[in-house]
Design a protein around this ligand. Structure first.
Ligand SMILES: [Zn+2]
Ligand SMILES: [Zn+2]
Length: 268
């Protein structure tokens, strides 16, 4: 197989993996939502269709750099991914996971803040904020420009931070699950994770909900560290009010209200 074809096959395979991973994870949590909170997504069908379409487009954008790097790793030993678990001390396994999460969180915080400047917001990030309130399907509902900023983070980090292939799998699993649950509209995690001392430093759905309510705060992904340090942490959100507002707006009227909110939200 020619090199170009091999890279293409790897990129397509990765796109399919990311797309299926999204459908399975978001679909699973959407079913859990229907079981635990029946009617929570009532009236949001047009929004959910948009969330799925944008997310599947994002899957291709995530899949291409991941596929190229995966090909380079397998065929040329690119990256610092290792598969011999004893290549580094065992204590390094959890440390490497934490390093990846901290680095990814830092990248996300600052690119996300930049995306809230009026220009980038209008051109790109408004797509993500068109979800009001977001659902389990909104995890990858990004404009292609925003998807690109997210897609390069992990493929670049694997060149810098050594990580076991299994630990990398865990990082990707955490990224996927948190992306879905943060938008789901209710807390699936135990109370200590989003209240109390632990909750003061971890981001779960309640925290990201407030970002979708108020825009100019709570930019982080996994940890509240950057938000606290930079004074952009605004506590946790109110699921009941967000869903009551969505029901009141309903359907097409919701989309109009959304565009108004976009204009208000940009740059805050
Ligand atoms: Zn969001
Ligand atoms: Zn945002």
């Amino acid at each position: 197989m020619s090199v170009a074809l091999a890279i293409l096959v790897s990129a397509v395979a990765m796109t399919v993996i990311v797309g299926v991973r999204y459908l399975v994870t978001s679909g699973g949590f959407a079913l859990a939502t229907r079981a635990r909170h029946p009617g929570l997504y009532t009236g949001l069908d047009p929004q959910i269709r948009r969330e799925i379409a944008w997310s599947l487009a994002s899957a291709a954008i995530y899949g291409v750099p991941a596929g190229v790097v995966a090909w380079g790793w397998r065929t040329h030993g690119w990256t610092r991914i290792y598969d011999d678990v004893h290549a580094f001390p065992l204590w390094y396994l959890p440390v490497s996971v934490l390093l990846f999460l901290l680095a990814h969180d830092t990248w996300f915080y600052w690119t996300h803040r930049w995306m809230h400047r009026p220009g980038p917001f209008r051109i790109a990030h408004a797509v993500h904020h068109a979800s009001r309130p977001p659902t389990a399907w909104a995890a990858m509902a990004f404009h292609p420009i925003e998807a690109l900023t997210g897609a390069v983070a992990i493929p670049l980090l694997v060149f810098v931070i050594p990580i076991h292939v299994g630990a990398l799998g865990l990082v990707l699993a955490i990224m996927t699950v948190m992306g879905v649950t943060n938008h789901m509209g209710w807390e699936v995690f135990p109370r200590f994770m989003w209240r109390g001392i632990v909750g003061r430093w971890l981001i779960t759905a309640s925290h990201h909900q407030r970002h979708h309510e108020r825009y100019g705060c709570n930019y982080g992904l996994y940890f509240r560290f950057w938000d606290r340090l930079c004074g952009t942490d605004d506590g946790i959100g109110d699921f009941a009010r967000a869903h009551a507002n969505a029901r009141r707006r309903g359907g097409i009227a919701g989309a109009d209200a959304g565009r108004d909110a976009d204009r208000r939200g940009a740059g805050r």
